[in-house]
Design a protein around this ligand. Sequence first.
Ligand code: DAH
Length: 342
Amino acid sequence: MSDIELKVKEIQDSAIEALKSADGLEKLNEIRVAFLGKKGSLTQFLKSMKTVAPEDRPKVGKWVNDTRFAIEEKMEETKKKLDAEKMERQLASEEIDVTLPAKMKFIGHRHPNTIALEEVERIFVGMGYEVIEGPEIEYDDYNFTKLNIPANHPAKDEQDTFYITKDILLRTQTSPVQARVMEQGKLPIRMISPGRVFRSDEVDATHSPSFHQIEGLVVDKNITFADLKGTLDVFAKELFGPETKTKFRPHHFPFTEPSAEVDVSCFKCGGKGCRFCKGSGWIEILGCGMVHPHVLEMCGIDPDVYTGFAFGVGLERIALLKYEIDDMRLLYENDVRFLKQF
Ligand code: DAH
């Protein structure tokens, strides 16, 4: 082997040796410059061809070209290898573990109060009632005076509340909506009015300073106590089951005359008496009565032509009974683990 051939072979070998240790594209480029670049060893060698005898030039030219080709081929191969390794590393670092549990979407749940209210609304809307809401911040006049509870009436004391001014308060009952609707003078009236009410009560298992009521009002010609009894009997049977019986106990409310409290037969024991109904067989659910003629008059309705009945139900009371919840405070904590059970 001639000196020239040896020299070319040496360049090729050292290029291939260098490529073996190339660990990235940058290094690869350095090698390309060092061997094949303008000042690279193979190019430099080509320049020295001038010294080669003319008859040897084609042979030497072929060696140089073969060498360039061999180095380029090895470079291409190394580049492919490095690219593949890079991709491999990237895939490994960005690996997706398809066995991981998916992110759970937590969907809320309707509150037992809402479920109970929708049930009550369904029953009354089915009997042709409208649902009308009134303001939570109310005039003393609507909350008390127009409901036959004058300034010094003891009933006012039982319903102590939060006053905003001397004349404006947080309503203690949904009954003021009765006065508001009657005043509008559109007769006949058949409506229920659900909403939040307030009293300055301490929190315990059966009391809260803020709770909900559903008011009912019917005003028309020839409305009698029999209509009231029939309506509330249908309501109780729809809500607590067809076996349910109702009992009307005489009571007093300033805005109804006569007035009554209504008990339903215990839906747990069927009226025999159990822990749920405290042994009596009956559970109290609402207050009601015939709208007091004086209330009709104060709201611009002629009591000689029109009569009406009204009732007021505690929404929480219904929810607690229906779902057998023994502490009202649970209804206000909004713990999803509790809410999800209904
Ligand atoms: N508003 C009364 C209360 O909070 C409940 C009530 C009783 C409403 C009799 C009525 C009714 O409409 O006729 O105690």
